[in-house]
Design a protein. Structure first.
Length: 1276
């Protein structure tokens, strides 16, 4: 077996396990470690590589991305693989894609970057192969809309995607260059067009994805399945039959061996869903059977071989003269385009999908849409071939492993007359005089484009004819799937009911009642009622434009469409714009530059990140999976799974008095002053998983003299050193913990990393050999813990004018089984709750010990939840007074006096309290008040979409800790720096480098010394730099900078006399000459410092505000974030590019908490969200469509390090603005759909976190369609 990786030839002569993945091979057998293992499920894109195939007959090379974690190594015989290193690397020079990732600050921890680069490269490379006109110099043929979607299947947990999208767009020939964000190629505001040439230059066709030697070998057939080759692969238990007959023979027991397990494979993407922990003896690859890969087209339809990939099927369906916009084939193709991600679609076959739907009850989209389109399939079972309708096929008992799906036939449908509108919009809105065909497909999924299986999908096909002023339905075909059914179904009862009927409101109502009764998810399915309501909603959407009394005039319809730019979950009317070619993302970054501001050098470019290579763990995982832990439950009390049970059994963690916050004012007095009271209102908050892209990992290497070196991906190496030493019973100085960098931490690699590092060290100590531990995503998700869930009960008193006079909160925090950092939760929560002036504020916060996995710090621990509680109280008060929440917010913002009272001793000077001006400035810059009016108008004329807008402030307290630093100058003038802080992707090294250059610059009075490029920051090493502490709480970067500044000051003092004397002797003195002389004169060129913050300034407050505008879809519950504007006071930013990245990344992570991420446990307390299938972090299609961030430069802060302020955590809290805006939109929906209601709940209601689609829909009523129709009927 021969293939190439980055132009290097690999020939496999040894027998390899056929289940070996390409990723396993690359990471363990080659030096190409760029592709990363983030999930092993096809769900994150960290492993994406380019796979190229050469056709010796046409001499064409076909290139497409694949997920190397799912691609089986044996399937790439004769192929060429390109990884990120193949595009460019530090030795041979980087590719413009890498350079632009760096220059646009699109890589933070770097773990996602290699996969992102390959997804983008493939999009560019394939666009450049098209016959489109040549683009201007430096650009590719990629369009902006393609560029935005290029990374739709790749997850990034750090950046918030905005800068990555900028990188993608920077290659698009139709990009507006001034729309691109902050970068290191030109200054913001400079005439960008003139600067295009400053972008790292891209030249087409520079990369050769397929090496000539492999082409030659293929031409001479030495590797393309020659006899010998086939034998070799057969030895590996890998077969590639070339006919159905050969396949049948192979499946015979005499060939296979009795009891042997065989697996048929095409793309093997099914392994991402049904994890392959079982062992198969033999694999049979179906892709070389011509019949299974053929696509035939005739007047009756299109026949697609079962091994044809989804991408190829989409291409085929879009091809041909008969393809009209709105045609059945095109709609099927459009729907397929939303399945999984590009790299999955490139290998996933249609047949594999249908087999999984038939055999494994997989929630397939393809089965549903093809079912409605009247598809039939050809199967080979036993010794015969059978032609079945797809419905018959799905209804059969699950196929055995010898049944082969051969092909799929989708019939052509006669569209009738007048099928298509002039502008290519949906056919169903056109004036129809004759019988016409309607076809629509729908899916409601947590993410519109990025790797999310639908809650429900459906497709409807029907002929309709017009009789005078009514439409009559002829032979409808209605299919529903993925809702928790064994397989997609045809709603026969509804079809029979509708057939031949004129479409009127009563008919529609009856039809949807029948649908609700039919589409009933099986037991155990999540959100069953929501899923049924989707079925109702989609059928309503499909038929509504044809129903007498509900028809929408075409003119209005078009107006509505242009009114909204939402992006919901379906293909149909409500989501007409979803088919818009672009995601429509745009962004703006504003940096206010203060007069006194002296930037410390240019933003430094980062060149991506690599993590340690690791051995494959497949067998370790299989073994671990076999392990059974048997607990002796005798004499044990039942586990504590709820906070109520913890209270009942007094199971609490103690909060030391120095961490106990104190109440403010007299609560009873405040309540007595109130005109109105809300008593004991309850809210509940769930957990959030870190989802760092690199899971927990460690490598331990025993060293001489009973020592242990542990490479740990952790935020607190010093603690790891201590725990490991204590566990091994050796002194601390025998344990060296090294942390180069961490692939995302967010608090999850603080204390939660210690058990992993310690277990690894223990095993290495026992075995006296190196040991590596890497947690697979599932184990990580089960063990990690994450954010603290909690239950809150609040009582609030307020005056009629909206001034709040008293607030009391009772909070029960679920801390899990061990203490971890949980005792800090009460003070963190109270700190964030104090953002408003509540008059008097009291609380009772209990940290409950339960039998759940231990909860730990997660970015903004406690503060995020408190932020939500504060806004929930404000909104409740606003509802009670029937005024806008923004009015109540403004009314209760702190004055400096009240701020000083609430944050005694840390509020600083009055001039530092920038929140009121931030709040106003943001409103002005984002036209908040004008947009609020526009939204009212929009809501007035849209029944099934509603918009909401919300502005929220934050006050966030941070604390500085003592931090060490060392700066050493080497003989050649290069500089090494060590700091206590760890680089987690937050840009700490970048800031430290800049600070070093800045501080040493003092030596040259004219500031002309530039040593930035000569500074290298070293990995953290607990024996080299003691008292390193931990990296958390947003302040480690500035503290590390302060330590480095101190160390540099000492060096400057030492060097200054020598420099001055040398300058008297020499006309020009260079840095190198100074260091040379310093060495000769034995000046100590290494300086260490421990920076200790001044007690009076070790805590300070951060301010910011955000305005978010959302649109909700009342049919699906989908929320689209139309726009977010943030203004954040960053003091004088140490590095605006880094800080902007922190603001955006934090906001998007917060967005995940408030809107998407459900980290759930079942009734036994076991984590059920355990992978990318069940846990959805934001992707590029779920971030704000317009995302504007302004860093306010608030002038000189004499007590801050270079006047800077923190940026890592506070902006995450601002994401609550999206939740609040969604609540506003829901309120509008409830007003309309509850208009007759007397339940009083229209205004005041609590909305869960995260506000997922089912949550939103539930608040807009799951039966809103029925109610609407019933209402219409009752008003007739
Ligand atoms: C991250 C991710 C997201 C996804 N999202 C969606 C989604 O939103 N909607 C959706 O519909 N699908 C989705 N899928 C499913 C995807 O479409 C299927 O995994 C894929 O089509 C299976 O094709 P394959 O060639 O990889 O099959 P394989 O994994 O190779 O095979 C799957 C199964 O089918 C058997 N098999 C394959 N071909 C044949 C044949 N011709 N005859 C008999 N048996 C056969 C195999 O033995 C195996 O049991 C997703 C998959 C992934 C990994
Ligand atoms: S590791 Fe392959 S997609 Fe996540
Ligand atoms: S930079 Fe994308 S995951 Fe860290």
């Amino acid at each position: 077996m021969v293939f190439a990786v980055n132009g290097q030839r690999f020939e496999l002569s040894t027998v390899l396990d056929p289940s070996t993945s390409l990723l396993d091979f690359l990471r363990t057998r080659t030096r190409f470690k760029g592709p990363k293992l983030g999930c092993g499920e096809g769900g994150c894109g960290a492993c994406v590589v380019l796979l190229s195939k050469y056709d010796p007959i046409t001499e064409q090379v076909e290139d497409h991305t694949v997920n190397s974690c799912l691609t089986l190594l044996h399937s790439i015989n004769g192929c060429s693989i390109t990884t990120s290193e193949g595009l460019g690397n530090s030795k041979d020079g980087f590719h413009p894609i890498h350079q632009r990732f760096s220059g646009f600050h699109a890589s933070q921890c770097g773990f996602c970057t290699p996969g992102m680069c390959m997804s983008l490269f493939s999009a560019i490379f394939n666009a450049d192969k098209t016959g489109r006109p040549d683009p201007p110099h430096g650009f590719s043929k990629l369009t902006v809309s393609e560029a935005e979607k290029a990374i739709a299947g790749n997850l990034c947990r750090c950046t918030g995607y905005r800068p990555i999208v900028d990188v993608c767009k920077s290659f698009a020939s139709d990009v507006e260059i001034e729309d691109l964000g902050l970068n290191s190629f030109w200054r913001k505001g400079e005439n960008a067009n003139g600067n295009v040439d400053k972008l790292p230059s891209y030249r087409r066709n520079e990369i050769h994805t397929f090496p000539d030697f492999l082409k030659n070998e293929i031409k001479s057939s030495t590797c393309l399945m020659s006899e010998t080759e086939n034998e070799c692969l057969t030895e590996c238990h890998w077969h590639s039959p070339i006919s159905v007959e050969e396949l049948q023979n192979l499946l015979e027991p005499k060939e296979l061996g009795i009891g042997k397990r065989v697996k048929l494979v095409v793309g093997n993407t099914g392994a991402g869903i049904y994890k392959e922990l079982d062992h198969y003896d033999t694999y049979i690859d179906l892709r070389r059977i011509p019949e299974l890969s053929a696509i035939k087209r005739d007047s009756k339809g299109i026949e697609i071989g079962a091994a044809v990939t989804i991408s190829k099927a989409i291409e085929a369906l879009m091809e041909g003269k008969e393809i009209l916009p709105g045609s059945v084939f095109m709609k099927i193709a459009n729907h397929m385009d939303k399945i999984a991600s590009v790299s999955i679609r490139n290998t996933a076959s249609l047949g594999g999908n249908l087999i999984m739907a038939q055999r494994n009850q997989f929630a397939s989209d393809i089965a549903t849409i093809l079912l409605a389109a009247g598809t039939s399939v050809n199967i080979h079972t036993g010794s015969e071939r059978i032609l079945l309708t797809l419905e018959e096929f799905l209804n059969r008992p699950p196929c055995d492993s010898k049944t082969i799906l051969l092909s799929i036939h989708i019939p052509s449908w006669n569209p009738g007359r007048n099928t298509c509108s002039e502008n290519g919009n949906s056919i169903k809105y056109m004036p129809m005089k004759e019988t016409q065909l309607l076809f629509e497909t729908y899916r409601a999924a947590p993410r519109p484009l990025g790797n999310a299986v639908a809650y429900l999908n459906c497709a409807f096909l029907a002929y309709v004819s017009r009789t005078s002023d009514e439409f009559v339905v002829v032979s409808p075909q209605l299919a529903f799937g993925a809702y928790g059914t064994n397989h997609a179904i045809r709603a026969r009862k509804v079809e029979r009911f509708l057939a031949g009927k004129s479409l009127t409101v009563p008919v529609l109502l009856e039809a949807i009642r029948l649908v609700r009764a039919m589409v009933v998810p099986k037991e155990g399915t999540s959100s069953p009622a929501y899923r049924s309501s989707l079925a109702v909603g989609f059928l309503f959407d499909f038929l509504r434009p044809l129903v007498k009394g509900l028809m929408v005039p075409i003119k209005d319809l078009q107006m509505k469409i242009s009114d909204c730019d939402a992006n919901g979950g379906a293909n149909g009317y409500f989501n007409t714009l979803e088919n818009k070619s672009s995601l429509g993302l745009s962004a703006k970054q504003v940096l206010e530059v203060h007069g006194e501001y002296f930037p410390v050098g240019k933003p430094t470019e980062k060149a991506g990140a690599e993590i340690q290579a690791s051995e494959t763990q497949k067998y370790a995982n299989m073994a671990a999976n076999q392990a059974v832990v048997d607990y002796d439950m005798e004499n044990l009390e039942p586990p504590i799974l709820t906070v109520e049970e913890a209270v009942e059994r007094s199971s609490f963690f103690e909060v030391p008095s120095f961490l106990s916050p104190t109440p403010i004012g007299d609560f009873s007095k405040g309540m007595a002053e109130a005109d109105h009271k809300i008593l004991s209102s309850k809210i509940e908050l769930g957990s959030q998983y870190y989802f760092y892209m690199e899971t927990q990992t460690a490598l331990a290497i025993p060293d001489e003299d009973n020592c242990m070196v542990v490479y740990s991906s952790c935020q607190c190496p010093e603690n790891a050193q201590q725990v490991i030493a204590e566990c091994l019973g050796i002194p601390h100085h025998n344990v060296r913990v090294i942390t180069r960098r961490v692939g995302g931490g967010f608090g999850g690699k603080a204390l939660r990393a210690l058990p992993v590092a310690t277990a690894c060290a223990l095993a290495a100590y026992k075995l006296q050999r190196p040991v590596r531990i890497y947690l697979d995503r599932k184990t990580d998700m089960i063990m990690a813990g994450g954010r603290h869930p909690m239950k809150i009960n609040y009582t609030v008193g307020f005056k009629s004018d909206g001034k709040i006079t008293a607030l009391h909160t009772d909070i029960l925090i679920n801390a899990g089984i061990s203490e971890d950092i949980s005792p800090i939760m009460p003070s963190n929560m109270v700190g964030a709750l104090k953002r408003y002036n509540w008059g008097a504020f009291s609380f009772d916060i209990k940290v409950c010990k339960t039998n759940h996995s231990s909860k730990s710090a997660m970015r903004g621990p406690g503060e995020v939840q408190a932020s939500f509680i504060a806004e929930a109280v404000i909104e409740h008060v606003a509802s009670a007074l029937s005024v806008e929440a923004d009015f109540i917010r403004k009314k209760n913002l702190h004055t400096f006096e009240s701020l000083n009272l609430f944050y005694e001793g840390i509020a600083g000077e009055p001039v530092e309290y920038t929140l009121p001006s931030v709040f106003d400035k943001l409103a002005a810059s984002s036209s908040f008040h004008h947009r609020t009016e526009m939204i009212k108008q929009f809501n007035g004329c849209n029944k099934w979409k509603k918009r909401g807008i919300s502005r929220v402030p934050i006050v966030h307290e941070v604390r500085l800790r003592p931090t060490p630093g060392r700066v050493s100058i080497l003989n050649d003038g290069s500089i090494v720096v060590e700091v206590g802080g760890i680089e987690l992707g937050q840009g700490l090294w970048t800031k430290v480098k800049q600070m070093t250059a800045f501080a040493l610059n003092r030596l040259w009075s004219d500031g002309s010394l530039d040593v930035l490029e000569r500074v290298r920051v070293l990995q953290a090493d607990t024996l080299s730099m003691v008292q390193g502490g931990f990296t958390a709480g947003s302040t480690t970067s500035e503290a590390s900078c302060a330590a480095v500044q101190l160390a540099c000051n000492v060096l400057v003092e030492r060097l200054m006399p020598l420099k001055e004397s040398l300058q008297q002797q020499m006309e020009v003195l260079s840095w190198d000459a100074l260091i040379f002389q310093a060495n000769l004169q034995s000046v100590n060129l290494s300086s260490s410092a421990l920076w200790i913050p001044d007690y009076s300034s070790m805590q300070y407050l951060n301010y910011g505000a955000a305005i978010s505008e959302v649109e909700i879809d009342l049919i699906t519950g989908a929320t689209t974030i139309l726009r977010t504007d943030i203004t954040y006071d960053c003091g004088q930013s140490l590095n605006p590019a880094v800080d902007l990245g922190q603001v955006e990344g934090a906001f998007v992570q917060g967005l995940g908490f408030f809107m998407l991420e459900q980290y759930e446990t079942n009734s036994d307390g076991l984590v059920v969200s355990e992978g990318t299938w069940t846990y959805k972090i934001p992707t590029v299609d779920t971030i704000p469509k317009q995302f504007n961030v302004e860093l306010l430069n608030s002038g000189h802060h004499k007590k801050r390090i270079l006047s800077s302020k923190a940026s890592g955590e506070p902006p995450l809290l601002l994401a609550v603005s999206v939740h609040c805006a969604t609540r506003e939109a829901i309120r509008e929906a409830r007003k309309e759909h509850f208009c007759n209601g007397s339940d009083g709940s229209t205004w005041a209601f609590q909305m869960k976190v995260p506000a997922t689609m089912p949550v939103v829909k539930e608040l807009c009523r799951l039966d809103n369609v029925e109610r609407y129709l019933e209402n219409m009927l009752s008003h007739r």
